[in-house]
Design a protein around this ligand. Structure first.
Ligand code: HEM
Length: 392
C-alpha cells in the first residue's frame, strides 16, 4: 500500500485499514497484547539494571513482538517447531528498511541498471522471495485453522480479519494472495521500526538534558504514583511526556523525506505551478527545524508543546511526522499508543544515566539514513529501578 499509486487498490486497502484493522474498537480489543508485551520488555530490562545497555538491542524486538502478535499471533517464531526465529524476522525487516532507502545507480542511469553495480537488486529479490515464503505460510496456516473450526470461527488477529474480508464477493478489487501478503507486510514493517526508533531518539535527546528526565519523573510521581505502571488510559494525565514525544518527532521525524508523492492533477502550491505527474518529496526533517516556524529550532525544548495544541496529525505543515492528507499514516493511533506507554513506563520504571565516563555533551546526534532514520552512535545507558521491586 505504501508504494501503491492512487487508484482502486490503494483506496480499498486504505478503507480496510481505517475501518477494520485500526478501528478504535479493534485496537482496544488488542490492548491486553500491548500491555503484556510492555511488561515483558520491563522484565527483560530489569535484570540488566546497573549494567550498560543499548536500547536498540531491546526496542525493535519489543515492537516487532507486539505488532506481530497483533497481526498474526506469535506462534510462527515462539518455539522450536516455529518456521522462523524472531531474530531472522527482525533481520529481514532491517534489511528491507535499508534497501528501501538506498540510492540505486541503475534507477538514475537506466542503461546501467542491467549490471546491478551495487548488488542491491539481487539482494532485494532474495529478500522478497524470503518474505513471500514466510507470509504465504502464515496465510495458508490461518486459512487451515479457519477451515477446521468453520462454524465457531472468530477472527483473532489482523490476518484473520483480512482473510474474512477477502471472502467478500462485493469487494471492488479482489484480495489476491499477493495483495494480502502486501497488506500484512505493510502492517509489520509500518509499526516495528517507526515506534522503536522514535523512543531511541527520545532517549538520545533526554540523556543530553537530564533535567527533562527529572521533570518527567515529577509528573509521573504526581499523576501515577509509585505503586503501579502507566496504562494507556492514563495518557491524558501526562502532558509533559506527550510534549517530549512531540518534540522528538519535530527534531527526528522517522521519514526525513516523506515517501514520494505524485500529483494526480495540475496544481499550484505556494505560487509554484506543479504539473500533473510530478513526483514531490516533502522534507519533514527541515520543516521541523525551520527557524521561521520554531524558536531556537535546533534545541530540544518539550515546553514549547505545553498548553497549546500543536497538531502532529498533518494539519500543521511545520510538523509532519505522520505525513498529511490522503496518504497520512493510517497507523497513527496504534503507533502513538505504543510510543506513549513505552516511553512513559521506561521513564517511570527506571532512573537513567550515561554509562562509563560519557558526558551529555559527548552524545552524537548523527543519523543513519534508510527508509527511516536511526541514531548513528546509539548511547550506552545504565538503568536503576525506581519503583518497588515487586512490580518488576
Ligand atoms: C511512531 C509511529 C509511526 C510513524 C512516525 C509513522 C510515520 C509514517 C509516515 C511519515 C508515513 C508517510 C505518510 C505520507 O506519505 O505522507 C506513513 C505511512 C504509512 N504508515 Fe506509518 N508511522 C508510524 C506507525 C505506523 C503503524 C503502527 C503502522 C501499521 C501498523 C503504519 C503503517 C503505515 C502505512 C501502511 C503507511 C502508508 C499509507 C499510504 O500510503 O496510504 N505506521 N507512516
Amino acid at each position: 500500500m505504501t508504494w501503491a499509486p492512487y487508484g482502486a487498490h490503494w483506496r480499498q486497502a486504505r478503507k480496510i485499514y481505517l475501518t477494520e484493522i485500526f478501528s478504535p474498537k479493534r485496537l482496544d480489543s488488542f490492548e491486553y497484547i500491548r500491555l503484556e508485551e510492555g511488561r515483558a520488555l520491563i522484565s527483560r530490562l530489569f535484570p540488566l539494571s546497573g549494567k550498560p545497555v543499548l536500547l536498540k538491542d531491546h526496542l525493535p524486538r519489543f515492537t516487532l513482538r507486539t505488532i506481530s502478535r497483533l497481526v498474526m499471533s506469535d506462534k510462527y517464531y515462539s518455539d522450536a517447531s516455529s518456521i522462523i526465529t524472531l531474530e531472522t524476522l527482525q533481520q529481514m525487516l532491517d534489511e528491507w528498511f535499508i534497501l528501501g532507502g538506498v540510492i540505486n545507480i541503475g534507477d538514475w542511469i537506466p542503461w546501467l541498471s542491467w549490471f546491478d553495480l551495487q548488488g542491491y537488486v539481487k539482494q532485494m529479490k532474495t529478500l522478497g522471495k524470503n518474505f513471500k515464503e514466510f507470509l504465504k505460510y502464515v496465510i495458508e496456516d490461518h486459512k487451515a485453522i479457519k477451515r477446521q473450526i468453520e462454524e465457531d470461527y472468530v477472527p483473532k488477529d489482523m490476518v484473520d480479519t483480512l482473510l474474512h474480508l477477502a471472502d467478500d464477493p462485493n469487494l471492488e478489487v479482489k484480495l489476491t494472495s499477493d495483495r494480502l501478503m502486501g497488506l500484512i507486510h505493510d502492517l509489520i514493517a509500518g509499526a516495528t521500526d517507526t515506534s522503536a526508533a522514535t523512543i531511541e531518539w527520545a532517549f538520545q535527546e533526554l540523556l543530553r538534558r537530564p533535567n527533562i528526565i527529572d521533570k518527567a519523573h515529577q509528573e509521573l510521581d504526581r499523576a501515577i504514583g509509585r505503586e503501579r505502571w502507566v496504562e494507556e488510559e492514563d495518557f491524558s494525565k501526562l502532558p509533559y511526556i506527550d510534549a517530549i514525544i512531540k518534540e522528538t518527532f519535530r527534531l527526528h521525524p522517522l521519514c526525513a523525506l516523506l515517501p514520494p508523492h505524485y500529483s494526480i492533477e495540475n496544481c499550484n502550491v505556494a505560487g509554484y505551478d506543479i504539473p500533473k505527474g510530478t513526483i514531490a518529496h516533502v522534507n519533514a526533517w527541515s520543516l521541523g527545524r525551520n527557524s521561521k516556524y520554531w524558536d531556537r529550532a535546533e534545541e530540544f525544548i518539550p515546553e514549547r508543546f505545553i498548553e497549546n495544541n500543536i497538531d502532529i496529525k498533518g494539519q500543521n505543515f511545520a510538523l509532519l511526522p505522520f505525513g498529511s492528507g490522503r496518504r497520512r499514516c493510517p497507523g497513527y493511533s496504534l503507533g502513538m499508543k505504543v510510543v506513549r506507554t513505552t516511553m512513559a513506563n521506561l521513564l517511570h520504571g527506571f532512573n537513567w544515566k550515561l554509562a562509563g565516563d560519557t558526558k551529555p555533551e559527548d552524545i552524537s546526534m548523527e543519523e543513519i539514513y534508510g527508509l527511516t532514520i536511526h541514531p548513528k552512535k546509539p548511547i550506552s545507558l545504565i538503568m536503576e529501578p525506581r519503583l518497588p521491586l515487586h512490580l518488576y
